[in-house]
Design a protein around this ligand. Sequence first.
Ligand SMILES: Cc1cc2nc3c(=O)[nH]c(=O)nc-3n(C[C@H](O)[C@H](O)[C@H](O)COP(=O)(O)OP(=O)(O)OC[C@H]3O[C@@H](n4cnc5c(N)ncnc54)[C@H](O)[C@@H]3O)c2cc1C
Length: 367
Amino acid sequence: MAKAYLDRLGVSYRSIDVGEDTEAAKEMIQLSGQRGVPVIKVDDEIIIGFDAQRLNEIFGKERKADVSDVLIIGAGPAGLTAAVYCARKFLSCIIISENIGGQALESWTIENYMGYRMVTGEDLMRKFEDQVRVHNIHLELDSVTDITLEDGLFTAKTVSDMTYIAKTVILAQGMRPKKLGVDGEERFLGKGLSVCSTCDGPLFRDKVVAVVGGGNSALQTAVEMSAIAKEVHLVVRSSIKADEAYVRNYEKKKNIVIHSASTISALHGENLLSAITIKDQKTAQETVIAVDAVFAEIGWIPNTDMVSDMVALNERGEVVIDVNCHTNVPGIFAAGDVSSVRSKQIIIAAGEGAKAALEVYDYLMRL
Ligand SMILES: Cc1cc2nc3c(=O)[nH]c(=O)nc-3n(C[C@H](O)[C@H](O)[C@H](O)COP(=O)(O)OP(=O)(O)OC[C@H]3O[C@@H](n4cnc5c(N)ncnc54)[C@H](O)[C@@H]3O)c2cc1C
């Protein structure tokens, strides 16, 4: 998003991949005092993360786009599929998304997407993106913060101060990782505490790390980090509840230490995270373990904050839809993991995205 933001404004920059360049990684940690990416250096100022507010102060001004037929929020399997179906109906379409691919990017092996016996999430999502790029679809890397309805038109605002207007909206913004609920969580985020092993994992080569969670995501992260880090502590609240394929992979790894029936009760460190306290749920005994990073993989919650006062949500915070992807607000549709459809899978999200787009077409024809 940071790079897309600078591209949009025509600001020239040099991009350094600290996952590949270890010297640059050291320099980045020294400059910013933390390990999270991105770090942006503007003149002598160091900006940690995609701090849109600060970047807007330096470079920005509010800009408005034309009115589109449909605005799609999210470029995961649901949003990308919806976009292709909209394009094939000759609807003018814009997708705004924080990344291209969504959660599927986190999956290193997908064995249940029809047409592929096995494919990585990254490869599958690149094929989705290629299919979108064939069409005249406007795709912006940005984050929607607010949607309003006025005179039959929806207006979306983004963190980069952009305003987009559309006749209809497809909500396809999926889910985000849950928080640990431990004191100091905000302070250590990006300073050793990570919710994105794909982004931050390579920075902890030969270090000791902890992974929290007992599901597919946690096991996958533990396995990935076992190839990078010296030692991986897997902290599981009850017991492992993951698919057989993930368990088989995890069991082969010698440098993963499991702490079952345990939770993290404290995070320690001056500036950077340096240790955690693990609490045994049965005996209440607490143990301090020195770690350089904690990867939280304890589940997901729907990204519905920006529409919570606009569309009906269920008790899990998901957008309530009918069988045809309609929300309770005419003109707003939802698809994929953000919706109340129970099964959260790529093939289902893609199918729902297609359904939502066809419903948008039908809705616009009747306007
Ligand atoms: C580790 C892991 C492994 C998995 N393995 C499999 C598997 O093997 N098979 C399978 O079928 N499923 C798997 N899944 C589940 C699958 O990835 C999801 O069901 C699917 O990605 C849901 O697609 P979606 O488009 O609804 O949402 P998401 O994939 O969550 O995409 C949502 C998109 O919205 C964007 N977004 C969020 N908030 C905003 C905002 N405010 N503004 C703009 N954009 C926003 C996000 O950046 C993202 O691009 C796995 C998931 C994980 C995490």
